[in-house]
Design a protein around this ligand. Structure first.
Ligand code: AMP
Ligand code: MN
Ligand code: MN
Ligand code: MN
Length: 278
């Protein structure tokens, strides 16, 4: 098997359709693909069963843990579950409100037109990534790096703090929808080892069942640490490209350092709820 259990479509901040993701996955030899948009599952209504590729229904929920923003991937979810859908609708609403507040901040510095721009997009979950595209198209900044630094990061001119659901609420909604909760890219939160271990304890106590231990640009030491944490706490392991855009060179569907062979026995695909869903 060759799995990619984390990627985005144009229903959140990915640039492409479901068909494009599937084509790309097949081209790159992927056998199991989870599409995991930020706070929405609309892409799954567009998918058809494919012989060559198992498609796993997923989502990536933004949440709050001790004042920090974390991402929880849900795999093998029932996209008709009303508890999950209620939570996702709330998150989408918060995203729209945040974009309105960002628009007001931008307008105060003379940059207008964000809301009409957003209305032209297929995105159901509006993100800062879309705001970045708008600012680049309007030649406010040349690169995404600059636009995040000057406008969209915490110290940026148009920054608005998001009010995400709690870690516990995100994990609970995934479980209620029959899914498996995976802590996404744990090495990307800038946490010390002690804090990371504490987070994983809280995540597991909430019902979280897997750690993402393979993703682009992960340091070897971080992967080793995460694999050990997963083993110590009896969690499954997962991995994904976090692919958004074929125009960005840092990742591609199915192209990231995969999990070491000796750890495959702990892969999330061995979870009892996996086979029922794929
Ligand atoms: P949001 O969920 O609205 O806060 O948007 C976050 C999204 O913006 C992430 O999922 C990334 O796709 C993108 N993003 C966040 N930080 C950066 C950055 N420094 N450079 C480029 N893209 C970023
Ligand atoms: Mn994203
Ligand atoms: Mn993420
Ligand atoms: Mn992601």
């Amino acid at each position: 098997m060759k799995a990619d259990l984390h990627c985005h479509s144009h229903f959140s901040d990915g640039k492409h359709t479901a068909d494009f993701l599937i084509e790309r996955a097949l081209l790159n030899g992927v056998t199991h693909l989870a599409i995991t948009d930020h706070d929405c599952t609309n892409v799954h209504a567009e998918l058809h069963r494919s012989e060559a590729l198992s498609i796993i229904k997923g989502v990536e929920i933004s949440c709050d843990w001790q004042g920090r923003e974390l991402h929880i991937v849900g795999l093998c979810i029932d996209t008709n579950n009303s508890k999950l859908n209620n939570l996702l609708e709330e998150q989408q609403q918060k995203r729209r409100q945040r974009v309105c507040q960002m628009d007001a901040k931008l307008a105060a510095s003379g940059i207008t037109g964000l809301l009409p721009y957003m209305a032209t997009l297929p995105a159901v979950a509006q993100t800062r990534s879309h705001v970045a595209d708008f600012l680049i198209q309007h030649k406010v900044c040349k690169t995404r790096k600059k636009v995040f630094k000057q406008y969209l990061n915490k110290s940026g001119k148009a920054y608005v703090a998001a009010q995400w659901c709690s870690l516990e609420a995100a994990v609970e909604a995934i479980i209620l929808a029959g899914g498996i909760a995976v802590l996404a890219h744990p090495g990307r939160y800038g946490l010390s080892r002690a804090k990371l271990s504490h987070l994983v304890d809280d995540f597991a106590a909430a019902g979280g069942e897997a750690l993402e231990c393979a993703y682009p640009n992960i340091a070897v030491e971080m992967q080793t640490y995460l694999l050990k944490l997963a083993a110590d706490k009896s969690l499954y392991i997962s991995g994904g490209s976090d692919f958004h855009d074929a125009g960005a060179a840092w990742t591609d569907v199915g192209k990231f350092p995969w999990l070491p062979k000796s750890t495959h026995q702990f892969g999330v695909w061995h979870h009892q709820r996996w086979s029922a869903a794929t």
